[in-house]
Design a protein around this ligand. Sequence first.
Ligand code: SF4
Ligand code: SF4
Length: 452
Amino acid sequence: MAEISIMKNIPEKVIIPLKQHNGTVCEPLVSKGDIVKVGQKIGECTSDICAAVHSSICGEVISIEDFPTPSGTKVMSVILKPTEVAECVDFTPRDATKEEELISIIKDAGIVENYGTPTHLVLRPGDGFNIDIVLINATASEWIWGDYKSPRDYALQILESLKLLMKASNASNGAIVLRNDNSEFISAFDGLVFDGKRLNVAPLVGKRRASYYFKDQQSDIVILSQDRIYGQNILNLFTYNVTGRHVPFNCNPASVGVAICSVQSAKAFYDVVHNGKPYIETVVSVSGKVNNPQKILVKIGTPFKDVIEACGGYKGEPGKLIANGAITGVAQYVDEVPVTKTTFSITVQDKSEVLRDEPLPCVHCARCVDVCPVNLIPARLATLADQGRFDECNQMYVNNCIECGRCAASCPSKIPILQLIRYAKVAIKKAYEDVPPKESSNLKLGCSCGSV
Ligand code: SF4
Ligand code: SF4
């Protein structure tokens, strides 16, 4: 099993952003001078598109102020200074049998998917959406920290959590999707007996999708395996690969009845139901120019610089610090930004690795087109974005880009294609946000999934 170390030192300062998810900022429940305990709720949800936040340490609130986060924005955060004696709230297991209760446990524990959406919204996306299948995407996950004795024990906890997630969303089917080359995960799940049924890992090949195996194995829960798909916004492609359901343009998997959760959120859900522990710790993979690269369990709110110090410090002079992956992650201005619920990796590059060359003109080699997994024309999108022709980007389905970064990585002219595409996406989103609401003309507009 991949080893995960634990960061033992408590940093001098812990920064807990009141928004670590897509949605609204939480309302602070504490004030300057208050002493908070480990696990205490310090931010309450202000809307349904929100997830509560909890203190990961015992400490004194020294300020509540806007602070930079790994996403590149400033967010109102509770800054804590640890106290000498660490007190912890009583973690009591949550006993829930009804769907509504399970949803409220998830919301209250502040569980968030690694792509930013609060988990309760993934399971209950709102009126007009009916989730009938829950998928746990383990294709991009490593083993995570938790209280388990063996990989099999761990696998059973994830299966148990899948059952609860299905119950919370009222879905009749569920699947855990592993990666073909992850023999450790595959051997942990293959042949496992769960709910009196033996589960065998089944490969997603040709037309054999999840529905085939539900019938074949006569089970409402199956374990599948597929190749890894890179990228942060893979949800629609992942949905199609696993279920064969096409997600309409500008919609998400909920529009075809699919909820996608990560292994981390599934484990966090298991922990809150069985141990009462909210989402206050996460595993971060630290790589690149540090003295001791490793996977390390840290408290949410720990500044990057303290995580790097726990990994032996910088190796030489750092050139760039990147959160969540060298290809598609976000470069940081400072190393004081805190680890949040959606931080899964920190990469340090030295100066020689940091690209300083000016991009050259496009040579129309079409390498970017060849590698694009969703059949876009990245070179054209980059040109249009660069010229501010965002409507044309929209017409060329820029929002279908899953931000895998393959186009930019393969470009011989070093054109920052992904940055330009992201720029166009933000511009399109903002343009629509700025449009004032118009009186309805009673035309049936919108996409075939029923959303508007
Ligand atoms: S346009 Fe580039 S970043 Fe977007 S999906 Fe295609 S290859 Fe990936
Ligand atoms: S890979 Fe680069 S140079 Fe080649 S077509 Fe795409 S943008 Fe142009």
